[in-house]
Design a protein around this ligand. Structure first.
Ligand code: ATP
Length: 283
């Protein structure tokens, strides 16, 4: 019997890099929410004790380098499972985009294997296991809307943003998260006002949220890829209420309340940028 897990993408409503730690990781504060752009993960039990991946993508490996493979391996090791699984990944989330594509696939595999092999592992334990795979995986275990602290492993659930439309525009470049973090100069870094973002969410205030969304990494990625800045400016001039780069980029999103305005901006951005999506917040 095959089992399906949906793996939604995330956007950062805020991303603040607080400090570099002695172990080389960065302490962060990230407010994230899920959007209705999802990969589809199908898990099929195998007789043999092995992990197989099938995926149709030019950009994502179908072997042990795939984060979904690593998640399955980590799960099997942790719980001493001697069974096999075939993982079929249908990707809709753009790769190396700042939308957490690999992390959400890994999280979906952990949730799915927990069901497939009937282990009833609590979510918190799955999130801890996920933290060994990547900083965004713990958030992706829970989805919805949350703030992640530490290097991403400490999750606190938040009220979802008010319902709205999200226009995503990804320039035709892939950004390496590692390269962006490597360029951080903690003395020069921009810090968003996370407290105001949290207030806006708890007050359900869409316009306040749009005013305060912010990302420490945006100036860094923009300086490496001016396309990010150009897309941001275009989206703002078309009337998006809030505009921000997600994660380490390069995807820029715009938040809009009204559907007709969202469609207008979506159509306008399509003349400007190859990959554009119009989605809603799942939060
Ligand atoms: P983040 O914001 O968490 O850094 P991202 O959305 O910018 O993530 P991903 O789409 O997760 O980036 O891809 C980052 C790298 O991970 C790519 O080089 C890709 O080949 C690799 N990768 C491994 N497994 C996967 C997967 N299942 N889906 C997408 N990318 C994967």
């Amino acid at each position: 019997m095959a089992l399906i897990e949906r793996a939604p993408a995330k956007i950062n409503l805020s991303l603040d890099v607080l400090r570099k730690r002695e172990d080389g990781l960065h302490d962060v504060e990230m407010v994230m929410t899920t959007i209705d752009l999802s990969d589809r993960i199908e898990l099929k039990p195998l007789r043999e004790d092995k992990i197989e991946i099938s995926i149709e993508s030019r950009y994502v490996p179908d072997d042990e380098r795939n984060l979904a493979y690593k998640a399955a391996q980590a799960f099997k090791n942790k719980y001493g499972i001697q069974k096999g699984v075939h993982i079929c990944i249908k990707k809709s989330i753009p790769v190396s985009a700042g939308l957490g594509g690999g992390s959400t696939d890994a999280a979906a595999v952990l949730r799915g294997l927990n069901r497939l092999w009937d282990l009833n592992v609590p979510m918190e334990e799955l999130a801890n296991l996920g933290a060994t795979l990547g900083a965004d995986v713990p958030f992706c275990i829970y989805g919805k809307t949350a703030i992640a602290r530490g290097y991403g492993e400490k999750i606190e659930r938040l009220t979802s943003p008010p319902p709205c439309w999200v226009i995503l525009a990804k320039p035709n470049i892939g950004v390496s998260t590692w390269k962006v973090f490597n360029r951080i100069d903690t003395d020069e870094l921009y810090h968003p006002n996370t407290v105001k973002v949290l207030e806006a969410l708890s007050e359900g205030d869409f316009h306040k949220l749009c005013n305060y969304i912010g990302n420490s990494l945006e100036p860094i990625t923009s300086s490496m890829h001016p396309e990010v800045f150009q897309i941001r400016r275009a989206m703002k001039s078309m009337g998006a209420n809030g505009v921000l780069m997600s994660g380490s980029g390069p995807t820029v999103y715009g938040l809009v309340k009204q559907e007709n305005k969202a469609r207008r901006i979506y159509n306008g951005m399509r003349g400007f940028c190859a990959e554009v999506y119009l989605v809603r917040i799942l939060g």
